[in-house]
Design a protein around this ligand. Structure first.
Ligand code: C2E
Ligand code: MG
Ligand code: MG
Length: 692
């Protein structure tokens, strides 16, 4: 009944005007409910706006119609009857007219005014903005959490006073934080950390700095007891221009340090041979020099260069070249004493540091190394030998720094090369530079001499030991220089070999000697000419062609030309040498091995090559016939050469007794001052019987 009356005249029912005005005056959405019937008595404009209803829709309706959940019914029921709570605060969801949910905070207050029915004042606060902010905050926190967990660094977040706000899983892993500390009890976590660093001091120092209010980012390294190395960075968190806390990040450096270590190793070790590279060797050398300086000690540096390594590479291929370097490095290492050090300082260059060594010990070391590197090599089926040149520089005699000592050893090595390779030279502080300068001058003069045709060939007769007749000649180069006077081939040939100019000289000799022999031949003399061929010349790819072209040009029967080769040609690159020798033999020229006995090849080794003759080196002839060992050697060479079908020529015969001994053991030919030195062509002819 009463409800109907209210509906008919809102604001004029049981409620006074003041009460109604009060509700309308409220800023917040509110309505009044009859506490007894639970029907809405009045509602203000903000509430209608919020709910999207009209006053007519609402007033007189049961209050629960404005609500949506079943719990609300119970709630309203609980309010019925006097003695209920006078005030209730709750959060709830309202359904708006368009069905949209609305988060509200609802306050219900019971008011019992004299003369009016029990009233429930319902007021709402729209919680949507707060709710949205809360949602956003939750999302943000979740995102931050995910970020915190997704970094590879361990993170510890604290407030300005060091109270722990958060840390991530990586942090617990890095520090091996036990489970019971995962909750983050500040003191216990800090104690654990302090306990697990190897040197707590820097750690404590940093904490103190922080206590003093240090805010700049600080980075340092800490080493855990486990050996693990962590990089630690402290950042200050700022908010609106004020520091609000700190983030500590911990990064595991162990892996990076291990990688650094590997790089360090790589950059000090030669990757091919596994011995120290130039950098490390120089460092070690500098350290050894410093040490020797302190103790007034000495040391030696050997610089070794493989002779003609380029040819090994060119002819056998780089793969074998590499293996040669590996083997050379191993042989050097084995030839050294324990503390001595070998390093690869260049393509085919090795340096050897010999501790506590004076000249004598250095020489021993050099000889050991030479011997070790000269033994035959067999790599991938290729057999060959090689030689090395070594320069020796002594501390403190030659230089007193690693750099200078290396340089001195290098110039000494170059002198060893110029001196014919396959040996060693000491660096001599004063004479050395002069030597180099002289060599450069000589090389220059030689080039001029060739251009200006100042070279001549002289011919030394070779005699048949049985008949005593001249049966051949050896062409020997002569250089008369206006400025230098006579220069012996023993002096300039090695320089030409070192500089490569020997190739041009050799070309000239070939042409000249062949022309001379052809001239004799045309004049009716069968007088073979032998020419000396340097290894470098022989190894030129066009060599065989050059020989055949020279023969054709001069129209000389090939059998009248003999090439004197050195043993080093055979042993250096056996396969290619064999091929080339076969090509020359096929041309019909004769081949002889010069200075036999001074090199490395054995007679058995010679069997493989198409050789016609051996020339026994002068130094074995010198002692004949009295020196027993010379006599035995020469006898053995002759016997074995004959067994192999080779002719034997003895060089440097100066005495009749030498000639007679050689004739007695069946040696085929000889040459020497006994009969004649090398002569000009005209002088030679005068020594020969007239042509028939
Ligand atoms: P080699 O080929 O062994 O030449 C023999 C050397 O012994 C020559 O010295 C010759 O003059 C010398 N000789 C000859 N008979 C006697 C003797 O009875 N007693 C002594 N003590 N020595 C004698 P040479 O002309 O000074 O040549 C020295 C080396 O220079 C030669 O040794 C050869 O290796 C090289 N050579 C000379 N001419 C040429 C050339 O045209 N081309 C090349 N590549 N090398 C050459
Ligand atoms: Mg010769
Ligand atoms: Mg000789």
């Amino acid at each position: 009944m009463r409800a109907l009356a209210m509906q008919a005249a809102p604001g004029e029912g049981p409620l006074s005007r003041q009460t109604l005005a009060l509700v309308d005056a409220l800023w917040e959405p509110a309505w009044l409910v009859d506490a007894h019937t639970l029907r809405v008595l009045a509602i203000n404009a903000p509430a209608l706006a919020l709910l999207g209803r009209t006053r007519a829709d609402v007033v007189g309706q049961l209050a629960e119609a404005l609500l949506d959940t079943p719990e609300d019914l119970a709630f309203w029921a609980g309010l019925q009857g006097p003695g209920g709570d006078t005030e209730l605060l709750s959060r709830t969801l309202l359904l708006q007219a368009d069905g949209q949910p609305l988060h509200v905070e609802r306050r219900i207050h019971r008011v019992d005014l004299p003369g009016e029915p029990g009233l429930l004042v319902v007021s709402l606060r729209d919680m949507t903005p707060e709710r949205r902010a809360l949602d956003e905050r939750d999302t943000l926190i979740a995102e931050l959490r995910a970020t915190l967990e997704s970094t590879a660094d361990g993170l510890l977040v604290t407030d300005l006073d060091g109270r722990i706000r958060a840390f991530n899983r990586r942090f617990t892993q890095l520090w091996r934080l036990p489970d019971h500390l995962a909750g983050g009890q500040d003191e216990a976590v800090y104690a654990w950390m302090l306990d697990n660093v190897q040197e707590p001091e820097p750690y404590q120092r940093q904490l103190q700095a922080i206590e003093r209010g240090a805010l700049v980012p600080a980075t340092d390294r800490i080493v855990l007891r486990s050996g693990q190395v962590l990089e630690r960075v402290m950042h200050t968190q700022w908010s609106r221009g004020r520091p609000i806390g700190r983030v500590w990040s911990f990064r595991d450096l162990s892996e990076r340090l291990a990688a650094d270590q590997r790089i360090e190793t790589l950059s000090t070790i030669d990757t091919l041979t596994g011995v120290p590279n130039r950098r490390q060797l120089t460092q070690k050398l500098a350290a050894a020099i410093a040490e020797a300086q302190r103790r007034h000690g000495r040391l030696a540096l050997l610089l070794l260069d493989v002779d003609a390594f380029k040819q090994i590479n060119d002819s056998l291929g780089q793969g074998i070249g590499d293996r040669v370097l590996v083997e050379v490095s191993q042989r050097i290492r084995h030839a050294l004493r324990g503390g001595d050090l070998v390093g690869r300082v260049g393509g085919d260059q090795f340096a050897v540091l010999v501790h506590h060594a004076g000249a004598e010990a250095a020489e021993h070391a050099a000889r050991r190394v030479l011997r070790a590197t000269e033994a035959p090599y067999e790599i991938e089926g290729a057999q060959f030998t090689l030689t090395c040149s070594i320069g020796v520089a002594l501390f403190p005699d030659a230089a007193d720094s690693a750099h200078d000592l290396l340089r001195r050893a290098e110039t000494a090595m170059q002198a060893a090369k110029a001196g014919g390779r396959a040996g060693f030279r000491f660096h001599h502080a004063n004479t050395h530079d002069d030597e180099v300068r002289k060599r450069v001058r000589l090389d220059h003069a030689m080039r001029q001499a060739l251009a200006q045709q100042r070279f001549r060939l002289h011919y030394q007769p070779q005699l048949d030991l049985a008949s005593g007749r001249v049966v051949g000649t050896e062409a020997l180069i002569r250089w008369k220089d206006a400025h230098y006077g006579d220069i012996s081939p023993g002096e300039f040939i090695p320089v030409a070999e070192a500089s490569g100019f020997i190739v041009q000289i050799g070309d000239w000799v070939l042409g000249e000697a062949v022309a001379q022999a052809a001239q004799w031949h045309r004049a009716g003399r069968v007088l073979p000419v032998s020419i000396n061929v340097s290894a470098l010349q022989f190894q030129q790819s066009g060599f065989v062609t050059r020989v055949s072209r020279a023969l054709a040009q001069a129209q000389l029967p090939p059998a009248l030309l003999e090439l004197e080769l050195t043993e080093s040609i055979l042993v250096r690159d056996a396969a290619e040498a064999l091929e080339r020798l076969q090509a020359l033999a096929a041309l019909g020229v004769r081949l002889a091995i010069d200075d036999f006995g001074t090199g490395y090849s054995s007679l058995a080794y010679l069997k493989r090559f198409p050789i016609d003759a051996l020339k026994i080196d002068r130094r074995f002839v010198r002692g004949l016939p009295d020196d027993e060992s010379d006599a035995a050697i020469v006898r053995a060479i002759v016997q074995m050469a004959h067994a192999l079908g080779l002719r034997v020529v003895a060089e440097g015969v100066e005495l009749p007794a030498q000639r007679d001994f050689l004739a007695g053991i069946g040696c085929n030919m000889y040459q020497g001052f006994l009969f004649a030195p090398a002569l000009e062509p005209q002088a030679l002819l005068e020594r020969l019987p007239p042509t028939p």
